[in-house]
Ligand binder design. Sequence first.
Ligand code: G3H
Ligand code: 13P
Ligand code: ZN
Ligand code: NA
Length: 308
Amino acid sequence: PLVTSKEIFNKAYDGKYAIGAFNVNNMEIIQGIVDAAKEEKSPLILQVSAGARKYAKPAYLKKLVEAAIMDTDLPIVLHLDHGEDFEICKQCIDDGFTSVMIDASHHPFEENIEITKRVVEYAHARGVVVEAELGRLAGIEDAVNVSEKDATFTDPNQAVEFVKRTGVDSLAIAIGTSHGAYKFKGEPNLDYERLEKITQLLDGFPLVLHGASTVLPEFVELCNTYGGNIPGAKGVPEEMLRRAASFGVCKINIDTDLRLAMTAAIRKSLTEDPKNFDPRKYLGAGREAIKSMVRHKIANVLGSSNTI
Ligand code: G3H
Ligand code: 13P
Ligand code: ZN
Ligand code: NA
């Protein structure tokens, strides 16, 4: 069934594991993710970005997710990823999403609170939960010294005030992760001291980690072996994600790792079978790669296997 993340997060919090929030853009991606979660008996968050809505059209994605739900009895959250204003959050709530993110973190603190509060009011009146963000995800060049960290990473005391004043259901925090395949120039590094402080102050409150792909070297290499050109990619090591999940982090966002797995498999399939022009062959290989990536994440990184 389609569910909100409330109980799922409570269980994950107490069990010190996390739920994967996987970005979906088409049928093969949705099927790969859902098949993996089915085999792992794990709850699932399927998240849709504005870019995904633009690519696939909102109605198609909604119907594909509904089809996935008919196909399984897994608890699935349908979540808007990075909603940039009230309007898109409202649209998704009206469309039947069970969870939305309002990402007003680039606005000043008071404005972030105002915008988030407005979404929370609209969502809660309709049984929908809300994720908000405080702090800015660091780019590869950002946050090299302490004062820059304090300027971009989530301030623990502000986080407490933000949650209290907005009534939001979960909070995305900035502790050193970033989106995409180029997260660190040198050694990967997350601010666990900050995470621990936020976890303590917001006792029991679910936190969200964006930009949490690992960028597994074997998949980058596979892409490059079969004609790709993705040099210097680096993500968050799996051990660091497991450690984050042992604190208040309950939701871990993964998109880049799915993109890399699918692209590697499609490149390989096309290269190894140059006579093929049946899209089902290479898209099928892509779907299979998504499935094994998601199984690996659930079983070995997130720790949410057998929790339903
Ligand atoms: O946070 C960004 C996600 O990876 C979604 O990316 O906006 O290209 O769909 P997108
Ligand atoms: P990655 O780019 O690390 O997969 O992060 C995805 C994300 O945060 C989606 O909101
Ligand atoms: Zn994100
Ligand atoms: Na946790």
